[in-house]
Design a protein around this ligand. Structure first.
Ligand code: SAH
Ligand code: SF4
Length: 389
């Protein structure tokens, strides 16, 4: 582990899923019946499966050699027959506001990032679901990277396992997870749902035991998958809205051409009908772009009929991104317009600014030459294809 950020080339593997030549199952993707079956096929007693999973989910120990209540022979078989790989913590950068950004090196040599956010009464983890992102939002560093690959469920869970061990040493429990790192979670649907289910499963049933209100999937608005999600798993939902008229939203977020606001809103209404939960709308405030009176009125109209809270996020300016943060007065006027209409809209400043903790910003810093930024047309076409797994 190092605090020096000098990676010459990262994200250097072409698009597509990871090829695993010796496809061993990963320990973080095995449930009790699956592990029991593996043990039995090795001539081992099935009851050992519960002991092993207890190590993983209660002790956050993803290393068979440390499972001290197992016979040595079984520990060897486990080490040889199952994939226990956890990403290496390549760097860990802490900011004064209590956030720590982890840059994690995957088995394929690519990097993913996770950010620990420490608050007075809770500790939260922001996880990545992909290396890069194909949706190419114009204000987003990850969008500028282009898409490299989806993360496997075990790679997303590993972010939790690693960060959890780190904060345990401080006497904290990682109680909240937000899918707001790199990538579009609903574009990696199957792996993200598997991950969320494992996070929500109680520890006694071999999961990480998080509350369903404390795991939030954030999406740029893949409407059909929002509805699917409501049916598949009960977790919290955040939507990156950023504009409430199609022409402007399509300019900022090309995915809007595929799923325009009317379709997105219908999906949100359906999601609320099924889950009965409130939605968080994320709204970045970009100077002279989306935070005038006209846009405030359009936002009020969009929120009408939804049970939603709006988070206003002043834009994080970066070299290479064509936008700026608005002045405090503009932010206040925008917020007041919503508050006067009974729409709660707290202003949230991104944590960890001094370590580039927002979306994709650390990994983006590592890249000198970007050669695989997808074209807008390709992006919209690809995102429109059905779930890939
Ligand atoms: N792809 C999903 C999950 C990533 S969340 C989504 O878009 O919702 C990352 C969040 O950071 C999103 O709300 C995104 O809009 C926001 N973001 C991206 N670039 C930003 C910037 N420069 N300043 C502030 N927020 C930004
Ligand atoms: Fe992808 Fe979200 Fe960034 Fe858009 S804002 S490019 S969807 S990570």
């Amino acid at each position: 582990m190092t605090s020096e950020l000098t990676v010459p080339t990262i994200l250097n593997i072409p698009n597509g899923p990871v090829e695993k030549p010796d496809a061993k199952p990963h320990a973080l993707e095995l449930d009790l019946p699956q592990l029991t079956a593996i043990l039995k096929s090795w001539g081992e007693p099935g009851y050992r499966a519960a002991q092993i999973l207890k190590w993983i989910y209660s002790e956050k120990c993803v290393d068979p050699t440390k499972m001290s209540n197992l016979p040595a022979g079984l520990r060897e078989k486990l080490a040889a027959g199952i994939d226990w790989f956890l990403p290496e913590i390549h760097s860990s950068l802490s900011a004064e506001d209590g956030s720590t950004k982890l840059l994690l090196k995957t088995a394929t040599g690519q990097f993913m990032e996770a950010v620990i956010l420490r608050y007075e009464n809770r500790t939260s983890l922001c996880v990545s679901s992909q290396v890069g992102c194909k949706l190419a939002c114009t204000f987003c560093q990850t969008g500028k990277l282009g898409f490299f690959r989806h993360l496997a469920a075990h790679e997303i869970l590993a972010q939790y396992a690693l960060a959890s061990s780190m904060v345990r040493a401080e006497g904290r429990r990682l109680s909240h997870v937000v899918f707001m790192g790199m990538g579009e979670p609903l574009d990696n649907y199957k792996n993200v749902v598997t991950t969320v289910k494992t996070m929500l499963r109680p520890e006694e049933e071999f999961g990480f035991g998080l509350s369903n209100r404390h795991v939030t999937v954030s999406t740029s608005g893949l409407a059909p998958r929002i509805v699917e999600l409501a049916n598949d798993v009960k977790c919290a939902l955040a939507v990156s809205l950023h504009a409430s008229r199609d022409e402007l939203r399509s300019e900022l977020m090309p995915i809007n051409r595929r799923y325009p606001l009317s379709e997105l809103k219908n999906a949100l209404i359906t999601w609320q009908g099924i889950t009965g939960s409130k939605i968080t709308l994320e709204y970045i405030l970009i100077k002279d772009k989306n935070c005038g009176l006209r846009e405030a009125k359009e936002l009020v109209k969009f929120v009408h009929g939804l049970r939603a809270k709006v988070n206003l996020i002043p834009f994080n300016a970066h070299p290479g991104l064509p936008f700026d943060r608005p002045g405090d007065d503009d932010i206040r006027v925008f917020q007041k317009h919503l508050a006067d209409r009974s729409i709660p809209a707290p202003v949230r400043y991104s944590k960890g600014l001094d370590v580039s903790a927002a979306c994709g910003q650390l990994a983006a810093k590592q890249i000198e030459n970007l050669t695989s930024i997808p074209s807008r047309k390709a992006v919209v076409a690809e995102a429109a294809t059905p779930a890939q797994q």
